[in-house]
Design a protein. Structure first.
Lengths: 330, 135, 504
């Protein structure tokens, strides 16, 4: 909780800062910017009846002399869960190191990053927090197919003068800094991704990767994504295929997953969202194939404050549910 | 002759109508002219270097007319879109450019800081700064 | 210095001095404690105030450091043309209620921004009070120092924390200068402490101690009173004890004094108890008793010796007399007459008594005169007279060897009782004052009695005849002065003659 106190303390002395804008962080100076976010959601269905204060996070970042910069983020999640279905509640205040890295910019083409950072694959994974999403839920694709974070080094930059083509090369050969705080525990991960801005509205990208999990699986990954962003419409889709070599069972399997999401802004604050997602995992004993349809509504009084509601139709109707959420980025 | 002069004045007039503002840097820095796309990337904090010189983009105050013109003509984004952009960048650990409140302040800042890049009305131009782009 | 005074001084010295010393010491300790307490309280007050001041100055410094890192410092590059730094500094000044100003200066000490609205931009920095803190400002872009933030700090800011009152006030000393000292108390205690944040600034808290000192004075008067009463009490107890203790000794000394004066050795001292003094008194009594007894025995012895002496002399006189024709009482009467004359003449009682005892021996020389001459009836012839007259010389020869005063006197009487005042007597024919007074007295007494008595050779003369002879012989046979004395006191002589009449 200490970091929260520190944050609140700095926030209280906001008097000294430049005019504060919600969602832009609290800039103390060039070397220290502070931010925080949280999300509160409620899910209800046959399989679930739960109130959750999911993320409770603070982040600090800034520029250091000689083209260095840094970012550190601590998060406690899920901070609080009240399960109405079995009447339990659970609090988790231990802060975890979600991101912690140092950047060095040599040129626009060559930047280096050392530490724990978000895996630069696709769109969804780069904006994983509730307040930046347009739906309450994450697609299965974004949770089950590759580790969300890399603890290692990354080289990235633009391959052209105009900054249209972006690349990322990353590698990890250790455990995660906070190895219990990642979706897929692994101790080796390399990958590469490219993104290309066809126009101001259309963007495409692709990635490949290979990782080895704690459960002795060697996984190879191919991914592709594209986005069309032209107000009031936003359309994006991401698909991936993984080939899994299970060294314990000495068997092979694969996953296919992806989604297509469309949004229509009724006005700048209100939007309708719909998503179709597909996920198939051949590792399960019973071959698992999921189709999920989502319709939702998003209301943002400010962009950094998101109030959303959605309903999920699952191919296994037992999993159907409604979710509402409130999330804020400071 | 008179026709030439007339055409020249006409062109000048058209030019002066078309280009009220200029993107500037100080004269110490050897930089070629920049494209609008490059300037956009610089002010969106995507591009940081020109000829190995670290760039320091300087915005003018949000309330100024020139800022609106710059956002519309160069960044091609409205305030709402920019806000969304910077909220997302905040999550990624990237802050928008520094701000100087007045256009004179932008000019002084650019004059005094090597690598600083800003935009001012053409009428404020002087010998301490050089023009990289006009809009 | 009397014994009593000495003892009193000693007792007072051994009791009063430690008493006074102890009292003074405890009073001093108490007073010190009281004082230390008052000072402690004051120190606590001062420390609290200093804590606040230090916090204020610390806050000021922290705020300056904070401001120096703020993004708005980018405006240094535009020389604060939009006054954003200045406004920040002005607001900060207002927030802190600062006396003094913040100045942001470039490397050439030119003011870029300040909280002082009257300062024109880019003018030279002029410090009005004290440049308390200077914080460097580094570029957000290259980390180089681009300016300095200076606070011109008036010490008046500190004085705002001074909780001055009627009986206390604070002031500042800095580099031996005294500031904000508005008054001074005559009786005061003061404490001093240095600021943690600025080691050259001392804060002094001075408190009026009039009330304190007055109460201390009241306490001191009370204390003196207790001390005085205690001393008197000790003195009284000491003298009471002393009286009891030394009264026997004083009694003893008083008695010794009385005994010395009266020579009454029969008295005794009475002391109760069995202590040393009582033992001494008993010993003294024993001694007195001894002395008394010894003296008494001595006295008896002396008396006996004297009696013996007198009897011997008298008997010798009587022996002399018995050799002559004179009757027994003649010796006694001559003795009495002689004593009377001697007394009237002006001799002392002792000497007169000695003449009385010596005079009976005037005719002792007759012992050596042959009976034939001595007892011859009728007149002596020339030869017989010459033999008879040798009795004076003979008596002297018999007695002259004695060293005893009485016998010496008797020798004189025997030798000179036949000398005559005009020098016609015998044996040596001495005249007037050459004749010893003993001789002159005895001559008169002897003749007076001889004439009045019946003798072998004659009848007694009547008084008329005796008196006329005496008058005639005044200055011839007898000393005129003695004759005058005789006649003046004739009745007493006659009374003696009547008392010692011869009885046949």
């Amino acid at each position: 909780m200490k970091y929260l106190v520190i944050f609140v303390m700095f926030f209280a002395s906001y008097l000294f800062a430049d005019k504060y804008e919600l969602g832009h962080g609290y800039k103390i100076n060039n070397a220290l910017n502070m931010g925080a976010y949280f999300s509160l959601d409620y899910a209800n269905g046959k399989s679930i009846d739960r109130l959750r204060l999911d993320d409770m996070a603070v982040l600090a970042y800034g520029n250091l002399p000689s083209n260095f910069s840094y970012l550190a983020e601590l998060e406690a999640a899920p901070f609080y869960i009240k399960d109405y279905k079995n009447g339990t509640s659970q609090t988790n205040t231990t802060p975890h190191k979600e991101r912690m890295y140092l950047n060095y910019s040599y040129s626009d083409m060559l930047n280096f990053r050392l530490g724990k950072f978000i895996t630069p694959i696709g769109y969804w994974n780069l904006e994983p927090i509730n307040v930046l999403r347009d739906t309450d839920s994450n697609p299965l694709y974004a949770q089950n197919m590759f580790p969300k974070f890399v603890t290692g080094i990354e080289t990235y930059g633009y391959l052209d003068e105009d900054g249209r083509t972006q690349y990322h090369l990353f590698g990890q050969s250790t455990d995660d800094i906070d190895k219990n705080y990642i979706n897929i525990q692994n101790d080796f991960f390399i990958g590469a991704s490219v993104g290309y801005e066809i126009s101001d509205e259309i963007d495409v990208g692709s990635a490949v990767g290979y990782y080895e999990t704690y459960t002795k699986k060697d996984v190879s990954l191919v991914e592709a994504n594209t986005k069309y962003d032209n107000y009031p419409f936003l359309l994006q889709t991401e698909w991936a295929y993984t080939s899994i070599q299970n060294n314990v069972l000495n068997s092979n399997a694969y996953q296919v997953g992806g989604y297509l999401q469309g949004m229509y802004n009724i006005n700048p604050k209100n939007a309708l969202v719909s998503r179709y997602e597909y996920f198939k995992d051949t590792q399960k004993n019973v071959m698992s194939e999921n189709h999920i349809g989502i319709i939702g509504y998003s209301y943002r009084p400010f962009y950094a404050v998101s109030i959303k509601g959605e309903y999920q139709f699952n191919s296994d109707s037992y999993l159907n549910k409604a979710i509402i959420s409130l999330s804020v980025l400071f | 002759m008179s026709v030439k002069i007339l055409i020249f004045i006409l062109v000048l007039n058209i030019n002066s109508f078309a280009s009220e503002y200029a993107v500037i840097m100080n004269t110490h820095v050897k930089v070629k002219n920049l494209s609008a796309k490059e300037i956009k990337n610089i002010f969106l904090m995507k591009k940081h270097f020109v000829n190995d010189i670290k760039l320091i983009p300087v915005n003018s105050a949000a309330s100024l007319e020139i800022r609106a013109r710059f956002e519309k003509n160069i960044l091609h984004k409205n305030r709402r879109k920019l806000n969304k952009y910077w909220v997302k960048k905040h999550f990624q650990g990237i802050q928008p450019p520094v701000v100087q409140a007045s256009m004179n302040a932008v000019k002084l800042f650019v004059k005094n800081v090597d690598g600083a890049i800003g935009y001012i009305p053409m009428k404020l131009l002087d010998s301490n700064v050089k023009v990289l782009y006009e809009f | 210095m009397s014994f009593r005074l000495k003892i009193i001084s000693l007792i007072l010295f051994v009791s009063l001095v430690p008493y006074i010393f102890t009292m003074l010491y405890s009073a001093n300790t108490l007073r010190d404690e009281y004082y230390a307490n008052a000072k402690d309280n004051l120190q606590t007050q001062l420390s609290l105030s200093i804590g606040k001041i230090d916090q204020y100055i610390n806050n000021l410094h922290r705020d300056m450091v904070f401001m120096s890192h703020m993004d708005v410092m980018n405006d240094i590059y535009s020389h604060d043309i939009d006054r954003r730094i200045s406004i920040l500094l002005e607001n900060k000044k207002k927030d802190l209620s600062l006396d003094g100003d913040f100045y942001l200066v470039d490397k050439n000490n030119k003011i870029i921004a300040s909280s002082n609205k009257n300062i024109s931009p880019m003018s030279e920095l002029k410090i009005k009070y004290t440049p308390l803190y200077t914080v460097p400002i580094k570029s957000n872009f290259d980390g180089k120092e681009i300016a300095k933030l200076i606070v011109d700090f008036s010490l008046k800011n500190i004085s705002h924390f001074f909780d001055n009152g009627d009986d206390k006030f604070y002031y500042i000393t800095v580099n031996n200068k005294i500031l904000f000292k508005t008054k001074s108390f005559i009786n005061k205690i003061e404490v001093k402490q240095v600021l943690d944040t600025k080691k050259d600034i001392h804060i002094v808290l001075e408190k009026n101690q009039k009330a304190f000192i007055e109460s201390l004075k009241r306490y001191e008067i009370l204390f003196s009173l207790v001390l005085f009463i205690g001393a008197i009490l000790i003195t009284l107890i000491a003298s009471f004890l002393l009286n009891k203790l030394i009264k026997p000794i004083l009694d003893l000394s008083q008695l010794v004094h009385t005994i010395t004066k009266t020579k009454d050795y029969s008295r005794a001292v009475f002391v109760k108890g069995s202590d040393e003094i009582a033992k001494l008194a008993k010993a003294f009594n024993t001694m007195l008793h001894g002395i008394d007894k010894a003296l008494h025995e001595n006295e008896l012895l002396n008396k006996e010796i004297e009696e013996t002496q007198r009897e011997v002399v008298f008997t010798m006189g009587a022996i002399g007399e018995s050799r002559s024709k004179e009757t027994g009482n003649h010796v006694k009467r001559v003795a009495e007459y002689s004593k009377l004359l001697a007394l009237f003449y002006g001799l002392s009682e002792e000497e007169s008594e000695m003449i009385k005892q010596a005079s009976p021996m005037h005719d002792i020389g007759k012992v050596a005169i042959p009976d034939a001459v001595l007892n011859k009836p009728g007149r002596f012839n020339e030869e017989e007279r010459a033999i008879m007259d040798t009795h004076a010389q003979l008596g002297y020869e018999m007695l002259k060897h004695s060293q005893r005063p009485l016998l010496k006197a008797a020798a004189i009487v025997a030798y000179e009782h036949h000398e005559k005042y005009d020098g016609s007597g015998y044996p040596r024919g001495l005249a007037a004052e050459e004749i010893h007074i003993y001789g002159r007295i005895t001559a008169l007494a002897d003749v007076f009695d001889a004439l009045g008595s019946d003798r072998v050779y004659k009848k007694a003369w009547d008084d008329e005849r005796i008196f006329s002879l005496f008058k005639e012989e005044r200055g011839k046979h007898f000393d005129p002065l003695l004759i005058d004395i005789f006649f003046e006191n004739i009745n007493q002589f006659l009374a003696i003659r009547d008392k010692f009449q011869d009885v046949e």
